[in-house]
Design a protein. Structure first.
Length: 288
């Protein structure tokens, strides 16, 4: 089997896997999981009368509830806060939207601090980079189809470049998402952010990355692998085309026009022998 056929098949399969991984990660809400041990906080509030305000906060503030966070929604897989308006997501989980203030018609971001605005812009950029990355993958699909149909190394190389662009855009989106996470945990000051959580909440809450996060990074790595396979396929196509051309040349016999000059020489007439010419013997019969 030709090298190009194998690598093109593998590149197509990995490209489909990469697209599926990125699409699933982009649309699901399991990037960051925050578990809050509400029962232990209640026990602490019951033992310490001066911490009675914790009970009120536990019933009104969403960050006292176990939740999962994605790019678009915050969802509550267990209890949900009664004071927060939620809706059922496609996977039957109660969620609320993350507000990116697009458009900000009422200028609600006017009072945001510089850190809060930086976090907001990074969050918007994450969405934008992933969407442009999907556009690059869509374009790579068509160049790949044309390249396979025509067996064109140029089209396959263009497909590899587009997959590399999608990989870089997705990786950039992941980097900015980590920036958003860092700002929410270390920079921004506000009651809903980690810096102003009560010590009781900090001691009874744990955060870790969830499966959507790992799918996203796996999709980025698979995009990089797809790009590499397409580059190898383009190289194989060039070598196979050069080999075919070399074989075809062997069957082509060069024909060169030949000009032959013919010299016409005049030959003298045969010399005449003096006669007379007689038939038979000129001396007559012999007498013995």
């Amino acid at each position: 089997m030709p090298c190009s056929a194998v690598t093109l098949s593998l590149a197509t399969i990995t490209g489909i896997i990469a697209t599926a991984l990125l699409a699933i990660a982009f649309s699901t809400d399991n990037w960051l999981y925050t578990e809050v041990k509400r029962a232990q906080i209640q026990q602490y509030a019951a033992k310490h009368a001066e911490q009675s305000h914790l009970v009120e906060q536990m019933n009104t503030k969403y960050y006292y509830y176990t939740r999962t966070q994605g790019l678009f929604r915050i969802c509550y897989p267990k209890e949900r806060p009664p004071a927060v308006e939620t809706y059922l997501s496609p996977v039957e989980t109660h969620c609320m939207n993350i507000d990116y203030f697009i458009p900000d018609e009422e200028n609600q971001t006017r009072g945001f601090s510089d850190d809060a605005m930086a976090r907001l812009h990074m969050g918007r950029s994450v969405i934008a980079l992933f969407m442009v990355g999907f556009l690059a993958i869509f374009s790579a699909f068509w160049t790949g189809v044309v390249g396979c149909w025509r067996r064109s190394p140029g089209n396959i190389t263009a497909t590899a470049i587009l997959m590399l662009l999608a990989c870089l855009l997705s990786a950039g989106g992941m980097g900015l998402w980590h920036g958003v996470e860092y700002y929410e945990k270390e920079k921004i000051v506000g009651e809903e952010y980690y810096q102003q959580w009560s010590n009781v909440l900090k001691d009874n809450a744990a955060q870790w990355y969830d499966w959507s996060f790992y799918l996203a990074w796996l999709g980025v790595a698979t995009c990089l692998g797809t790009m590499t396979l397409f580059l190898i396929a383009a190289s194989c196509l060039r070598k196979e085309r050069a080999r075919e051309q070399a074989q075809n040349v062997q069957y082509i016999m060069p024909v060169y026009p030949q000009k032959q000059q013919y010299a016409y020489a005049s030959y003298p007439a045969p010399a005449a022998y003096p006669g007379p010419y007689y038939h038979g013997s000129q001396y007559g019969p012999y007498n013995y």
